[in-house]
Design a protein around this ligand. Structure first.
Ligand SMILES: *[C@@H]1O[C@H](CO)[C@@H](O)[C@H](O)[C@H]1NC(C)=O
Ligand SMILES: *[C@@H]1O[C@H](CO)[C@@H](O)[C@H](O)[C@H]1NC(C)=O
Length: 224
């Protein structure tokens, strides 16, 4: 059953590579980052349809794995937990400022009914990073230096669109000198096939920015 689901997922992934039509609507830092804190990064390279970023020392408050057949459903479940957390449902009773993006790490799972598993995370503001309020059921992820291949897209993220966006990023990377490093990064971390970053609240209807991130270590096979 698990194998069946996994091969179906990779088949979907491969077939969607051939449907690349979405125009990249934004280029650069998402507008929400002018209003609320976002992790800073350096742009290391720009390619056709993608950008390579380096993030340094970010911290994320993360949910446990959420199994669902729906990315949107799992992200909503995770977001509500994190929203309670920043409203003060943590061991310090501390209110924490809203930040962007909220990220969802997507991975195939061996759960029933071809569910995937999702970890939803909130970017911890710099001033809360040294002493991040703990909370039952949530855990902190601290990333050292992290590279990401990034594709931006607009609108509301839907269950039907993310596979295609991830496939488009993958296909844009093919042939670039980042391709093998990204491949190695994806196979080295089976817990995260790719990550979806969302910068807007559900109540903003225009100017929405989302991104697909594929994380990697540039030491793994960068070839120039
Ligand atoms: C990353 O940030 C840490 C702490 O701010 C700093 O000590 C370190 O030099 C930085 N590393 C890189 C590669 O920028
Ligand atoms: C799974 O997704 C469905 C559909 O959006 C949602 O109603 C449900 O609450 C979600 N369950 C979990 C555990 O995320």
């Amino acid at each position: 059953m698990a194998t069946d689901c996994q091969s179906r997922l990779s088949f979907l992934f491969i077939t969607t590579i051939f449907f690349i039509s979405v125009v990249v609507v934004v280029d650069g830092v998402p507008p929400s980052c002018e209003r609320i804190e976002c992790p800073s990064y350096d742009v290391v390279d720009k390619g056709n349809g993608f950008e390579i970023r380096r993030y340094n020392s970010t911290a994320w408050m993360s949910t446990p794995k959420i199994e669902n057949i729906s990315f949107v459903g799992a992200t909503r479940t995770g977001f509500l937990l994190l929203f309670d957390y920043i409203q003060g449902k943590n061991e310090y009773g501390a209110k924490i400022e809203m930040t962007a993006p909220v990220i969802t790490q997507v991975s195939p799972s061996d759960g029933p009914f071809c569910a995937s598993s999702f970890v939803v995370s909130f970017y911890v503001p710099k001033k809360n990073q040294a002493d991040t309020p703990p909370a039952e059921g949530l855990h902190v992820q601290r990333w050292g230096v992290m590279y990401a291949a990034v594709r931006q897209f607009g609108g509301f993220v839907s269950d039907d669109s993310i596979g295609g966006e991830a496939a488009a990023l993958y296909s844009d990377l093919a042939g670039s000198h980042w391709a093998s490093a990204v491949d190695k990064g994806r196979s080295a971390d089976p817990t995260s096939d790719y990550t979806v970053a969302q910068y807007n609240s559900p109540f903003e209807f225009s100017g929405r920015v989302n991104e697909i991130w594929m994380m990697f270590d540039p030491e793994d096979g960068y070839s120039s």
